[in-house]
Unconditional design. Sequence first.
Lengths: 328, 370, 377
Amino acid sequence: MLNFIVRRLLYAVLMIVVISFVSFVIIKLPPGDFLTQKLAQLRARGDRSAESQIETYRLRYGLDRPFLEQYTTWAVNFIQGDFGESFEYERPVRDLLGERVTMTIILGVATLVVVWALAIPLGVFSAVKQYSLGDQIITTLSFVGIGMPGFLLALLILYYAITVLNIEATGLFSAEYVEAPWSVGRVLDLLNHLWIPSLISAITGVGGLTRIMRGNLLDTLGQPFVEAARARGLTNTGVIWKHAVRIAINPLIVILGSEAIPGIIGGTGLVAVVLNLPTIFPLYIDSLRKLDMYMAGTCIVLIAMLTLVGNLLADLMLAWVDPRIRLE
Amino acid sequence: MTQQTLEPLVEVENLRVEFDVRAGVVKAVDGLNMTIYRGRTLGVIGESGCGKSVTARAILNMIPKPGKITSGEIRYHRQAKHLRGENGHSTKTDVVTINELHPDGEVIRQIRGGEIGMIFQEPMSSLTPVYTAGTHIGEAVSLHRLSATKKVGDQIAANVAAARKVDRDEAREIAIEMLRKVGIPKPTERVDNYPHQLSGGQRQRVMIAVALSTEPSMLIADEPTTALDVSIEAQILDIMRELQGSVNMAIMFITHNLGVVANMAHEIVVMYMGKAVERATVSDLFYNPKHPYTQSLLKSIPRLGEKKTGERLASISGMVPDPFNLPTGCVFHPRCPAVMMGKCDKIAPSWTKVGEDHWVSCLLYEEVGA
Amino acid sequence: MAVAQQTLTVPKKKAQVSQSYWSLVWWKFRRNRVALFGGVILAVLYFSMGIVPEFVSPYLLERASNYTEAAPQQVHLFDESGAFRGPFVYGLERQIDTVKRTRVFVEDKAKIWPLGLFVQGDSYQLLGVIPTNIHLFGVVSDDPDAQFFIMGTDARGRDWFTRIIYGGRLSLLIGLLGQLMLLFFGTILGVASGYYGGAVDQVIQRSTEFLGAIPEIPLFMALAAAIPAFWSPIAVYFMLTLILSFVRWGGLARQVRGLILSLREREYVLAAKSAGASDARIMFRHLLPGTMSHVIVIATLAIPGMILAETALSWLGLGLRPPLTSWGVLLQDAATVRAIHTTPWELWTVPFILLTVLAYNMLGDGLRDALDPYGGR
């Protein structure tokens, strides 16, 4: 088991290095860079000293160095916790990211919890009472959920909030808690605000996962061991939960690792852009648009790290839950 | 040979089970009568689809949807030791009508696994893949077995079996003991094995261990050795016979393999299309089969040295009829080598006695008006 | 004993219908009303937006007008005096909204512009060849100011409904094209990987695994941002499609590989091999058809993802840009806080996207059920 974890961790580290390199390459792909844009901006404003300013920047950020050197400098600094400086804001990336990483994780976890807490019971009910009215309702709602991507839903809710409720929706904290240090009050405030974006991001996931749970459980219920369990005198509930669901849920955990987690990271990301939440994503998009190199690179690496950690946790959970995997 | 008094344990009377599917109604079991006696093995043979598995499930009131018991009765003579709350020494028997019990109710759940056990055809898929052998046995045991506790200071502790459920350590002990009984080597290791770590024969032994761990009065074995190699099969059958002897357990042994059933059963019921067509003791059935279907079945077993080379194997002509389009009169008549047209296609035969403990459902043995 | 005659008293059955796999599939599919419904919706959408958008929309795409940021016009049947006039709209006149301090357009009850079907309007070429000027619906009037903005207009006075229709063309096609590309490359990779095994398999697997480790959305955002700004819109469009499918090759390849692995050991492959069939032939004539049903389902269900990805990218400014029009580009205009205040009708784009996604899901789910004709009810 330990062997397994160590191997995966090493693999993950390797992945991160490769990803960081590739992202760096991708960021460098567009012709020109941040500074060419800035140059155009300054020129447009009629700034005479534009060229010399740009030269200063160029030297400062080392943009005149060869590509590999730029990468390695950044990578080495990264490991030490220095993520470079943002061109746009002229401040260290680390400062700008600040709490956003924590918030991203919190939002992601909250969404995950919501998805599972809703999808499993709904899926089980749907399978056990197949073709009943409840099942049909749940199935229809699942379809709607699947077809309703989080960010569009967020848009509609934003629309509703602005036009009908007349509030400028959101963020994750009320005004007084935004910059405040952590306290019980702040936590409660967060929970208060968290459930809306979590719910929005969760809807697609719930729709999909419910259907999958339903399908898996239907398959499993037809298996001989379920009948055998019933023949041993278990209650209906016992048969369903202790035997059928216990088996049916394994593929879902696989999905958790391979699709759900990356999906949630991306999905909550888009919702965060719509609702202007203090997570990594809005900053990431912005940096991409502005070709803010170090910011964008750091963001990708961080997002990739979160995904890989999520994958690893899902794999671990699968090994814990399914002895067949464990003993391979 | 002394004839012990045979006590009926489960009586099936005129059972009808129907499946309501889109294309129509399938009569999986159509007027079945049979009795299983305490301590004796009843073999049930028949082709696939003749309703034997459905009958087994009917006895435990476990027929899967869209099936239903539409008429008839299944009576189970419940022995006192299984009646909770009763004084353990009474010999009273209670008759429970199984088909009237709620399928998820308390009574049937006590009976399932606790008093009537069942083992299945595919040992690999009949054990839950994520639970160990020990967990399976433990589950059965903690549902059904009670251990006696002596209440401290209780004067009549010896006579009053105050019951409490078996705890985990006890369950594990019982599990290891059971595994040993069914002949699994190194039971203390095997008890923690998962199904995929065991061989086919071992899994089936585990199933038997699970079923027997609750000391049931009857075991329903639904084709238990069909999926096993012949040599393993022999071992499993040995174990079943041994255990039956030691706990006086009845067995309902369902199979389509005549050789196996000859080995195991005291009596045999032959089923066709949801009905019983013949019932006899083993020797009577094999040496003196009366029903043409039974005769054809026995004829179709190839025997070494009996036939000249080049001769074709005997088989039963025709095919099993379409369940939505059953033949009139006797259901077997289109395939019957002894058919009497004019009678067999018009009149359905009824259960007739043709000898000591030998019954047939065939117009050849019935006096009917022309 | 005489052998009994095979006198079955069973009445003669109806002639057997064809029981081939594909006929079973089709038959099962037909019974699934939800799937059929989805299929019909998609057919309507693709036809109206993909093939004849000029006909379905009342105006040409770039037709700007003076009626900027006008709210959708209400269709009336009865005029102020209660008389029945058939469907019509009132004229629009400009006013200043003192509260919002913007220019708005309100109904001018003095002018009545009747509506009709198959009206004459701007000229175009149907299917690119047939010159005509008939539109599905519009105003029937000699007044050159007569307009019918069923979903309002944008900041340049363009009819929003028209923009949605034209936008749909690009969005819908990107989904389809991207998916076909994905299908093509992904299947080939998967088949090769599964069939050859060994080194080929390892290389393909490692690279797709690596690509898969990078979270999708950030990846194609980064790639999309890398498209040089000065490329022509068409080039951008194709590049985007390529990127969207490239990121997902891996997933499909892996699933196909899995299918191939399970089929590879089947007897019919061995039989083909022993008969001397070449690798290519085995792969394409024997193995591939076995994977087809799964692949079709996977592909169909992945199209909405592709459409949504393009929408998200374009909306964030990283994908298509004007003058190209897609639903994502429309969202760029529609999804700002300011726009929600002043031109909320621009959000009509969203239901169309949702409808497409829903229809694809219904269809894909039905296909999945149908392609397993032996299972289910």
